[in-house]
Design a protein around this ligand. Structure first.
Ligand SMILES: Nc1ncnc2c1ncn2[C@@H]1O[C@H](COP(=O)(O)OP(=O)(O)OP(=O)(O)O)[C@@H](O)[C@H]1O
Length: 241
């Protein structure tokens, strides 16, 4: 098997005095969209934050492109080619869509072709180019947050629960955008609670429970196995259709 783009081996993570991750093993195959599933509080967001260097890692190893990045400061991790869309989206509410994207382009003015490509994924951002981000709808804010992460090419994109609180029609737009993103270039790690969204996009899946990955494999296999879903996630696909 080809070397994964990212590999977590036995990763423990602390937030303050709390020990949250208890030995996470996770591999992200290059060019694939991996979905991280699991019940509330399983440690999914903490895993993304740990990859970005936002927690203490007393034990274990995080490798990106074969290099040990454990303990690197967050800006260095970002510069190495990893983009992160946190659950709270991290956009500047008082700045316009344009200003939000200008600030996200760290290496200079936004590349025109890249911007047109982003507008193709999220046409609303073109329409509301001069609008303050705080006045966008929830779905448009999520699109802006993702656009900020991809306004410059990145090798790995981490996205935390993009569908949270969004209406079904907006979720469909987001799904289409992620499909195009994964077809075009990126390796993506997506934290999701919405199993149908996850199933539509994921090639690979990892399921967390109590600070560990308890299942990893193909999404197709999990999507076909009602009993496994029930066991791992406490859900059956039938209940979610
Ligand atoms: N800043 C913090 N201080 C203390 N405990 C925290 C902190 N952040 C997260 N936790 C705890 O760590 C555990 C994992 O949280 P995390 O947010 O990673 O889970 P999750 O799988 O993303 O869940 P959710 O879907 O609810 O966001 C939870 O028990 C949570 O209460």
């Amino acid at each position: 098997m080809a070397e994964p783009l990212m590999k977590l081996s036995g990763v423990h993570a602390d937030i303050g005095q709390y020990h949250i991750l208890h030995g996470v093993d996770l591999e992200l195959p290059r060019g694939e969209l991996t979905v991280l599933l699991g019940r509330n509080g399983a440690g999914k967001s903490t895993t993304l934050r740990t990859i970005m260097g936002l927690t203490d890692v007393p034990r274990g190893r995080v490798e990106f492109k074969g290099e040990d990045i454990t303990g690197w400061p967050t800006p260095r991790i970002a510069r190495s080619g990893i983009a992160f869309v946190p659950e709270d989206m991290g956009i500047f509410q008082l700045l316009s869509v344009r200003e939000n994207l200008d600030l996200a382009a760290a290496s200079g003015p936004i590349d025109k072709e890249r911007l047109e490509w982003v507008f193709g994924l999220f046409p609303a951002l073109k329409k509301f180019w001069q609008t303050d981000a705080g006045n966008l709808s929830g779905g448009q804010k999520q699109m802006l947050a993702i656009a900020r992460a991809i306004i410059e090419p990145r090798e790995l994109l981490l996205v935390d629960e993009p569908t949270k609180g969004l209406a079904p029609s907006i979720i469909n737009d987001l799904r289409d955008a992620f499909r195009e993103l994964k077809d075009q270039e990126a390796t993506i790690l997506l934290v999701e609670q919405n199993f149908n969204f996850a199933r539509a996009l994921g090639q690979t899946v990892a399921v967390m429970d109590d600070g560990r990955v308890v299942h990893a494999g193909s999404m197709a296999a999990l999507a076909e196995d009602d009993a496994l879903q029930q066991d791992l996630l406490g859900l059956s696909l039938g209940a979610h259709q």
